[in-house]
Design a protein around this ligand. Structure first.
Ligand SMILES: [Zn+2]
Length: 155
């Protein structure tokens, strides 16, 4: 998928990390963020990895969505860490043939079922992913569960 979709899901995972464990674990976020990249790449989508203008717009949109999620969750560090890691595997598209002899990330390997779709349905799929990720974090916030609360001390 495009960066903005990966950033939205990675950001939402980062935002929810504190709800899963008393202490935020960067490794927990890293594992789920990277796994989310694989899962999202398997969903049929449209992307254009080689147009510089598109990449810049996509990166700007990814930062904007991560900022929205960080504001909703009030945990910018976790959200940006999750968003960054969820986007990181796509960096290899820029490095292949230059610093990397071939792509090495699971969902970029030739045999992986990298879902492709035409422009309109392929963009709508990703828009839906972004909206769902933002809605997920907004719902957590509305439920009054502060994501960044410290672990309870005793009783
Ligand atoms: Zn990818």
């Amino acid at each position: 998928m495009v960066l903005v979709a990966h950033a939205a899901v990675g950001g939402a995972l980062g935002a929810s990390a504190g709800r899963r464990s008393p202490a935020w674990s960067p490794l927990w976020v890293a594992g789920w963020a990277l796994l989310s990249h694989v899962i999202l790449d398997a969903i049929p989508h449209w992307d254009n990895l080689f147009a510089l203008g598109w990449l810049i717009a996509d990166l700007a949109a990814a930062l904007a969505v991560a900022a929205i999620i960080a504001r909703l969750a009030r945990t910018p560090g976790r959200v940006f860490w999750g968003a960054f890691l969820a986007c990181l595997p796509d960096l290899e598209h820029l490095l292949v043939g230059w610093l990397l002899p071939q792509r090495i990330f699971l969902s970029h390997l030739p045999w992986f079922p990298h879902g492709q779709a035409a422009l309109v349905p392929g963009v709508l799929t990703q828009l839906l992913v972004v909206i769902m990720a933002i809605a997920f974090v907004a719902r957590q916030r509305a439920a009054g569960a502060p994501v960044d609360r410290p672990p309870r001390q005793g009783l």
